[in-house]
Ligand binder design. Structure first.
Ligand SMILES: Cc1cc2nc3c(=O)[nH]c(=O)nc-3n(C[C@H](O)[C@H](O)[C@H](O)COP(=O)(O)OP(=O)(O)OC[C@H]3O[C@@H](n4cnc5c(N)ncnc54)[C@H](O)[C@@H]3O)c2cc1C
Length: 398
């Protein structure tokens, strides 16, 4: 039997790294098991809203990321069918930046003591072993852990062990891409969104030379996802050229290298399962997409994972650092109480965003004439305001 670890985190994505850094700052060590042989940064970039900047500051990496990313000043929404401006809202006090995923995970991982992340360590199963958990790895080895935190994403093994249901296909797919223009892109520091009939598109600058773009569309079957980058790019360009989206945006996508274009099927956790299911049980819990997979319409999945990390590290840190080690039984009870406190703090926040994101995407992407009318004439300003409302949350300090 291998060694028993105090705290094992499964997955070194945004969620797992945020918890590990938070625990480290609270004086608690952990082991992070990552299935890949290096840090993964699937998806190129993501919108990081004010709520996540507060979490990144609590984790101590906010300023280093700010230095490499432009602060976006305005959200501009236009119709893809008529090219007309639907709404334009200044971000004002809200801090929004489009952050390169590799820089984000590297910044977090850089805060951890050497050897914390164990690569090529894929967890395939988990079982009870007295008061601890026994983790089975793909290479046949096992690891015993007193506390297990599942941050293993949308197909989480840990959430399955907690009895949570698999995520649900939303009936939509996404294409994402990244374009680097060595001489600069000249685009204003704006979030630009285009609502079409049955699709949405957007483009956001990360810095002076690089831009992130996305395109989401409705699709009946999950198996219709386009894996081949060339076909995916051609599909997106075909849709955009048939719309009234400005040539400048089309050109940005045309200039993406095929290695910087990827697809994803959009999945979410059913809100009922989120409320009735176990986010934690005994000494095990989940964070990030393992907890609350959601459609990307509010751009909040990764931001919420950062908030989770701060709240969970605070709960566990306060429980384990303050009261001395005590007897094992008392220690286990303190862990259970800390995880319950985390669950209580996070469930409704996650519920609101999973539901909000789905509803937002449904209205924004709908081709139905009535919904289009409502969205463009009545709800236009409110829809953008909604993005800022979701971002006004403060998860507090560690
Ligand atoms: C199209 C699209 C656009 C998005 N845009 C935004 C946005 O603008 N803003 C935003 O905040 N969010 C956005 N999101 C959501 C965001 O990408 C996710 O919420 C975020 O990446 C979740 O991080 P995570 O660490 O929970 O999961 P992941 O990023 O999936 O990381 C999980 C990690 O665990 C590892 N792993 C998996 N299984 C195992 C295992 N069994 N054993 C060991 N390791 C394992 C994986 O290799 C991976 O490194 C978007 C999502 C999509 C699909």
């Amino acid at each position: 039997m291998d060694h028993t670890e105090e705290i094992v985190i499964v997955g070194a994505g945004i969620a797992g790294l945020a918890v590990a850094v938070g625990l480290h700052r609270k004086g608690l060590g952990s082991v992070v098991l990552e299935s890949s042989d290096k840090l993964r940064a699937a998806g190129f970039a993501l919108t990081v809203w004010g709520n996540a900047w507060r979490a990144l500051d609590a984790l101590g990496v906010g300023d280093s990321l700010r230095r490499n990313h432009l602060r976006l000043q305005t959200a501009v929404v236009s119709s893809a069918s008529s090219a007309s401006l639907v709404t334009k809202l200044p971000a004002k006090e809200h801090e929004v930046r489009c952050v390169r995923r590799n820089l984000l995970v590297e910044a977090l991982a850089g805060e951890l003591p050497h050897g914390t992340i164990r690569y090529s360590s894929k967890v395939v199963a988990m079982e009870d072993s007295g008061e601890s958990k026994l983790l089975h790895l793909a290479d046949g080895s096992t690891l015993k852990a007193k506390v297990v935190i599942g941050c293993d994403g949308i197909n989480s093994v840990v959430s399955k062990c907690l009895g949570l249901k698999p995520s649900t296909f939303s009936g939509r797919h996404a294409a994402r891409g990244f374009t680097v223009l060595p001489n600069g892109h000249g685009m204003k520091p704006e979030i630009r969104h285009y609502n079409g009939e049955g699709f949405r598109a957007g483009v956001l600058p990360c810095d002076e030379k690089s831009l992130y773009w996305f395109f989401t569309w409705a699709s009946n079957e999950e198996k219709e996802r386009i894996h081949d980058a060339l076909k995916l790019k051609e599909f997106v360009l075909g849709k955009l050229k048939a719309s009234e989206i400005p040539g400048q945006v089309v050109e940005i996508i045309e200039k993406s290298e095929l290695s910087s274009v990827a697809s994803a099927s959009l999945r979410y956790r059913s809100p009922l399962n989120l409320l009735s299911g176990n986010i934690c049980k005994g000494n095990t819990c989940v964070t990030g997409d393992a907890f609350h997979p959601m459609t990307p319409d509010l751009g909040q999945g990764g931001c919420l994972a950062l908030e989770d990390g701060v709240v969970l590290a605070r709960c566990l840190g306060d429980a384990l650092c303050g009261g001395g080690n005590g007897e094992e039984e008392h220690r286990n009870r303190r862990v259970e109480e800390a995880l319950k406190e985390y669950e209580k703090a996070r469930k409704w926040r996650a519920f609101r965003l999973v539901v909000g994101s789905y509803a937002f995407g449904f209205v924004q992407e709908s081709g139905n004439w009535f919904l289009r009318l409502v969205r463009e004439r009545i709800l236009a300003g409110f829809m953008v305001e909604w993005l800022f409302i979701a971002a006004s949350f403060d998860c507090g300090k560690l």
